[in-house]
Design a protein around this ligand. Structure first.
Ligand code: ATP
Length: 136
């Protein structure tokens, strides 16, 4: 089966993931993208989500908080604000972030930065999805 190299790095942690994969399903500001080996050149911005990586007959998930993705026919390079493999996700912290964001959004207070709270909620949801645990 044809493969394409996927490299994911963050400013804080450096390389988070580097492997030859069969397919990446990711979410950009323009919608969902499926990237296969020999994909056309592409540069796009990613939004917070649970990325799906197909390797052989299996699939793994990786949290991406947003960032930039460059695709060439041989390689996918993602520079993310934050990225975590399932083992690195702290579920209690993600649940606490989820509740905090929901409480802020429920207040409908003019002091609340709605965009910021919605972004925090999206990150928390994606982390819980990668971990495979129910939403609080
Ligand atoms: P929090 O409010 O809990 O800080 P956040 O979504 O605002 O969550 P980020 O700004 O996305 O956090 O990430 C800041 C740093 O903390 C990054 O290095 C990220 O990998 C790490 N991080 C955040 N939440 C978690 C988590 N639940 N498990 C593991 N690492 C996390």
């Amino acid at each position: 089966m044809a493969t394409i190299l996927l490299e994911v790095a963050t400013p804080d942690k450096g390389e988070v993931y580097a492997k030859d994969i069969n397919m990446l399903i990711t979410r950009s500001i323009c919608g969902e993208l499926g990237i296969l080996p020999k994909h056309a050149n592409l540069l796009t911005e990613l939004i917070p989500h649970a990325m799906r990586i197909k390797e052989g007959s299996g699939e793994v998930k990786l949290f991406i908080s947003g960032g930039f993705m460059e695709v060439t026919p041989e390689k996918i390079t993602i520079l993310a604000d934050a990225a975590e493999v399932p083992d690195d996700i702290d579920v209690d912290r993600a649940r606490a972030a989820y509740k905090r964001a929901e409480e802020r959004l429920a207040k409908k207070d003019s002091d609340i930065d709605i965009d910021r709270a919605e972004a925090a909620l999206a990150r928390a949801k994606a982390r819980l999805l990668v971990k495979g645990v129910p939403m609080p």
